[in-house]
Design a protein around this ligand. Structure first.
Ligand code: BDR
Ligand code: CA
Length: 321
């Protein structure tokens, strides 16, 4: 259980939130950040991505169990991208997807509803608009939008970790989440939903430095111990490859943005996803200087990385020892 936590906010928290994810170490840290706060989470939907669906589903359930959120429903979604075969990232997240943590097996009931059906049902019936945090490939959301396009009207904000304007991470052109299912990304980004895209250009500034890792380890509660274990493994590849001062914390930026958007600045842009190029598939093509930017999509331009990390460390300290 956690103490109630509300950072100083310049805009209200979402009234309802669904987190779509593929845990994945940084997804796990993002879930812990969300669990430590007053974000009103309706459910968690899982998708194939960092590891195959049976593992992302199991990992999400076990993360909920560790954090004392057994009542939060977790749904299994699409086991593969819309048109391509699945690419995974065990080199980054380990064979289970959560290397470095030894999690209890969840005893929670397993809802039989498919993640896509849950998304559609919630978005059709909710009295308040719903925010969506998208932390993995966008397959579940794209399939839901294809099946039931009117759900777009009830999404008041969609915050996506995905894309690259500079170097990619899975290829020189592409970031992993968009590369895995570029067709889904194109469906979602062209749906007219108010969307904030947090690309690698931002997340490569939010780094797990040795000092930050030590601060998490020192919190010494079951959640922070799991977080420190995972973060000491995760990101090593990126750290060496890009010469960074620590592993980049991608997905928690989405939750941090929902909690404290004042820590970021954003710019409206036109954006397209490359779905065919031999060397460029999965590239997010951002028209940074276009005259008539999109009314719907904005890309994060700057981040206050120290404050994002401070928010995370404070949040992880809220779990009981
Ligand atoms: C994204 O890809 C995944 O490996 C991470 O979980 C994150 O969502 C970063 O490119
Ligand atoms: Ca992810």
């Amino acid at each position: 259980m956690v103490a109630a936590f509300l950072p100083a906010l310049h805009q209200p928290l979402p009234k309802a939130l669904i987190i779509d994810c593929d845990p994945g170490v940084d997804d796990a840290i993002a879930l812990f950040l969300a669990f430590a706060t007053d974000l009103p989470i309706l459910g968690i939907t899982t998708v194939a991505g960092n590891v195959p669906l049976p593992l992302t589903y199991r990992n999400a359930r076990n993360l909920c169990a560790l954090a004392g959120r057994l009542a939060l429903p977790v749904f299994a979604g699409c086991p593969r991208p819309m048109m391509r075969s699945l690419a995974t990232a065990e080199d980054i997240h380990g064979a289970t997807g959560l290397q470095g943590a030894d999690l209890p097996e969840s005893t929670a009931a397993k809802p039989s509803q498919h993640a896509v059906d849950f998304l559609i049902q919630q978005l059709l019936t909710a009295s308040d608009p719903i925010a969506i945090a998208a932390l993995g490939p966008l397959t579940n959301l794209a399939v839901a939008l294809i099946q039931c396009p009117q759900i777009a009207e009830n999404i008041d904000q969609l915050v996506i970790m995905g894309g690259a304007m500079g170097q990619g991470n899975i290829t020189p052109s592409a970031e992993f989440n968009i590369y895995v299912d570029p067709h889904a990304a194109q469906v979602v980004l062209s749906a007219g939903i108010p969307t904030t895209l947090i690309t690698l250009d931002t997340t490569h500034q939010v780094l797990t430095t040795p000092a930050r890792l030590a601060a998490i380890r020192a919190l010494n509660n079951p959640v922070s111990i799991a977080a420190a274990g995972m973060l000491s493994f995760y990101g090593q590849n990126d750290l060496h490859r890009y010469g960074l001062a620590g592993g980049p914390l991608h997905d928690p930026c989405v939750i941090a943005y929902l909690l404290a958007p004042e820590l970021f600045t954003a710019r409206p842009v036109n954006i397209a996803v490359e779905t065919a190029g031999e060397h460029t598939i999965g590239r997010t093509v951002v028209d940074w200087y276009g005259d008539r930017p999109s009314a719907a999509v904005q890309v994060i331009e700057t981040v206050d990385a120290d404050s994002v990390y401070a928010l995370l460390i404070e949040a992880l300290g809220r779990f009981s020892v």
